[in-house]
Design a protein around this ligand. Structure first.
Ligand SMILES: *Cc1c(COP(=O)(O)O)cnc(C)c1O
Length: 394
């Protein structure tokens, strides 16, 4: 019976066309950090998101690390981050020996721009063009904005704040490749291309994958150049091996890029499939009392990477964790929201500001299967069990 079916949360959508590219890397010997696929993939991503140049790297995390490094974030600095995120958006702050300040999310799951502004107004002084945290006397230098689950953050408001306080802004667009704004100041602009630096990820669960990998874009050519330089061990002279700085081994390999050039050609199909599947879920879930499917921001074309439902325990008659276990028994893999970062052990001593909403989503949110290769039957199966789970186990 259908009990044997398993529907994973998110799996990559790969085609055997990639094999031709991989074959070429083997036959030519270009398997490491040089080779034609790297250049081609960088060009394709730059064209796709509408920028002049993109710099590839080993992972999204590496890209975020390079971003904070070239923005000059260091010891004694503070960086504003969301508590609702995958932890990789925050760890690079610590890699640079700086301190994070955690801000709440709003109902889009993204950083709450109003609370962010309130924090800067009430908790900081603005002296000589610098934002100084009244409590710690440290300088607040940057904001990391995460476009959570591919849902574009309120960049218009966030950029106003950034400009008013002369802060640096890094867009963690690792989940949001293909999301862009349709209206307002940034109409036509892709997530990742608005702040000082934007970072994409090609980890296996992301909208396109290279197995693991990342890409950096920036509105400042010199920063992009610096990040490319640092990603290759800061090698000033490639013949005599002269290094004028301390770099990293953060460059993407040609094998990763061999995946990338094929995957990026299919991204619009993946997004269309994800939008269609989201709409099927929405139809199926709208009449189930106590379950709500979170919308994506209006006036944007979100990539619809991950779908989230929120469970009203009283109306649904079951809490999130019980539902998760039941769905799992039926072969339906789901996932709760990430543990809030300000509560994770490495960050217990860090500052946080008015975190309230994040707790509600941490307790009640569930991500549903969202792979781009889901079938209509898969989705009906999930919806049926969301309905059934309410009354009886499967
Ligand atoms: C995936 C992800 C990252 C890290 O990307 P990797 O390529 O896995 O290093 C960072 N931030 C967020 C929000 C992510 O989802």
């Amino acid at each position: 019976m259908e009990g044997t079916r398993t529907i994973p949360l998110a799996v990559p959508n790969l085609s055997s066309k990639i094999l031709e590219n991989i074959k070429e890397t083997i036959e030519t010997g270009w398997v490491s950090t040089g080779g034609r696929f790297i250049k081609e993939f960088e060009k394709k991503i730059a064209d796709y998101v509408g920028v002049k140049r993109a710099v590839s790297c080993q992972s999204g995390t590496a890209g975020l690390h390079l971003a904070l490094r070239v923005l000059g974030i260091g010891h004694c600095d503070e960086v504003i981050v969301p508590t609702v995120t995958f932890i990789a958006a925050v760890n690079p702050v610590k890699y640079m020996n700086a301190e994070p300040i955690f801000i709440d999310c709003d109902d889009s799951l993204n950083i709450d721009a109003s609370k962010l502004e309130e924090f800067l107004e009430d908790q900081c002084h603005y002296i000589d063009g610098k934002v100084i945290n009244k409590k710690t006397r440290k300088q607040v230098k940057a904001i990391v904005v995460v476009h959570v689950f591919g849902n574009p953050a309120n960049m218009e408001k966030l950029m106003k704040i950034k400009e008013k306080y002369k802060l640096r802004l890094v867009e963690d667009a690792t989940e949001a490749l293909g999301s862009y704004y349709l209206k307002g100041k940034y109409a036509g602009k892709h997530c990742g291309t608005i702040g000082d630096i934007g970072v994409y990820s090609f980890n296996a669960n992301k909208i396109i994958t290279t197995g693991g990998g990342g890409m950096i874009v920036s509105n400042h050519d010199e920063l992009l150049e610096d990040m490319a330089f640092l990603s290759l061990q800061a090698k000033t002279d490639p013949l005599y091996y002269i290094h004028d700085d301390i770099g990293y081994n953060y460059r993407m390999t040609n094998i990763q890029a061999a995946f990338g050039v094929e995957q990026i050609d299919r991204i619009e199909d993946f997004i269309q499939a994800k939008i269609n599947n989201y709409n099927l879920y929405r139809e199926g879930i709208k009449n189930i009392e106590g379950l709500g499917l979170l919308p994506f921001r209006e006036d944007t074309r979100a990539n619809h990477w991950f779908y989230s439902i929120v469970i009203d325990e009283k109306k649904y008659g079951m809490d999130r964790d019980e539902l998760l276990v039941r769905l799992n028994k039926c072969g339906i893999q789901t996932r709760p929201l990430w543990g809030l970062i300000h509560k994770q052990r490495p960050y217990l001593g860090a500052l946080s500001y008015k975190i309230e909403k994040a707790f509600i989503y941490e307790k009640g949110l569930l991500n549903l299967p969202c792979s781009s290769n889901l079938t209509k039957e898969d989705i009906s199966f999930v919806i049926r069990h969301l309905r059934l789970a309410k009354n009886k186990p499967c």
